[in-house]
Design a protein around this ligand. Sequence first.
Ligand code: ZN
Length: 260
Amino acid sequence: MPELPEVAYQKIYVDSTSLHQKIVKVDLGAEKIFQSPKKDFKEVLMNNEFVSTSQIGKYLLLEMKEHGFLVIHFGMTGKMDYFQHDEIHKHAQLTLNFENGGKLSFICPRKFGKLFLTDSIEDFRKEKNLGPHASDLNKVEFLELFKRKKGSIKTALMDQSFIAGLGNLYVDEVLYHSGIHPKSKAEKLSEDELEKMYKNMVNVLETVTKSKTEGTSLPETFLRPHRTEGDDCPKCSGKIKMIKIGGRSTYFCPACQEEK
Ligand SMILES: [Zn+2]
């Protein structure tokens, strides 16, 4: 599932292709994608244009010249596609034709993506119960959040109402670089460990976003290329282990990450 860095990449993509162009035709796909009546999407988008974008966690918000925001959640397999040719992708769930001849599609083969309309970012944030966007947090704010947090650290970091943007893959990655066992209790972590976790969260999100944008591989020292039970830990002579936490496959190195 796209997490914060993949959505950050989609944001850069939309910024570089689709802002400040009048929408002259709107084609809509499967009913379940649209979280308001489809006719509302058509009415709002037609003759409108995108003026800027922003992000809260796994949501991309496209601000329109009029009528607020189009909000995109990418589900499992969603992505944006900008093109000039006539043929439309068979899994396009929304296609906007711009006055200059360019087209922007939201492609979503498994149809787990969602599109919303909202007048206000704050209303949307409240409605979806979203915490602060992970990349916007500074160290002091991050430490402050943890003063009242209890329970498994993995579950805490996955909780979108606590911090928005991290999912299964990058929570494991952050904990791995921090030497923190995913079953450790949030309340047992020292300030040093929390600071280390903050630094690693920033680094993981930046590194993954950069690799998406530049089309390069992740560093070999990352856990992600080694997410296989029994694979060699890239940092020590230990072996990667898989356990389930909250129903999610969780990969870690028992030698590098001691449970607290
Ligand atoms: Zn290790």
